[in-house]
Ligand binder design. Structure first.
Ligand SMILES: *[C@@H]1O[C@H](CO)[C@@H](O)[C@H](O)[C@H]1NC(C)=O
Length: 204
């Protein structure tokens, strides 16, 4: 048993035209036993920046609190929100600080800059960052998520089309994984209109 597949997770982030989307499944399990179907793995940092944490659920909750704290301290000092790239480097640094006893999480970060430019990145549990122009996935079903994303993704989608694409990718991706699924939630972040939608999925 691997500690990073103990609870199960599926996260996708996708970039569109002046917008990004990030979504996750809702299952929380202990190995094969499902405990809850309302466990969100995407956390809001501010209106234009969201963080997804796949991996060990307890570490994800701890880290989310640390990142909220660090973002609050930055806001007090700078009187502005962190931009997505700054936040991503802060996350990377925080993980690398624990290089020899890491948090067992795989973060995915999605946000837009002040001018609406999309920013998407993912990293491993040590903070090795991989920025992407199109999409990024994390969790216990990475192969099936990569597969559907590579088939369905098109560049320069608007918020509505991006929502449709990421939703279909999530729902199809998690059907090939026993440890994730049981519904999903998708956040679409755009300059003027952002929205959240909860998706019904297969409950088996
Ligand atoms: C969990 O389910 C998988 C797939 O059905 C199975 O291969 C595995 O042995 C199960 N693990 C445990 C701990 O029961």
């Amino acid at each position: 048993m691997s500690i990073s597949t103990y609870n199960g997770a599926a996260i996708i982030a996708m970039s569109g035209k002046d917008c990004v989307a990030i979504g996750c499944d809702l299952r929380l399990g202990i190995q094969n036993q499902t405990l809850a179907t309302d466990f969100k793995k995407v956390y809001k940092i501010h209106d234009r920046l969201y963080l997804g944490l796949a991996g060990l659920a307890t570490d994800a909750l701890t880290l989310n609190q640390r990142f909220q704290f660090k973002h609050n301290m930055y806001k007090l000092r700078e009187e502005r929100n962190m931009n997505p790239a700054t936040f991503a480097h802060m996350v990377s640094k925080t993980l690398y600080e624990k290089r020899f006893g890491p948090y067992f999480v795989e973060p995915v970060i999605a946000g837009i800059d002040d001018d609406g430019t999309p920013y998407i990145t993912g990293m491993d549990s040590l903070g090795a960052m991989e920025t992407s122009k199109d999409f990024m996935v994390a969790g216990t079903a990475p192969n099936s998520l990569w597969g559907v994303c590579e088939s369905f993704y098109r560049p320069n989608l608007g918020p509505e089309e991006l929502f449709e694409t990421i939703s279909q990718c999530l729902l199809s991706g998690v059907d090939r994984d026993a440890l994730s699924g049981w519904g999903a939630v998708v956040y679409v972040i755009a300059k003027d209109k952002s929205f959240v939608k909860t998706l019904k999925g297969r409950m088996d």
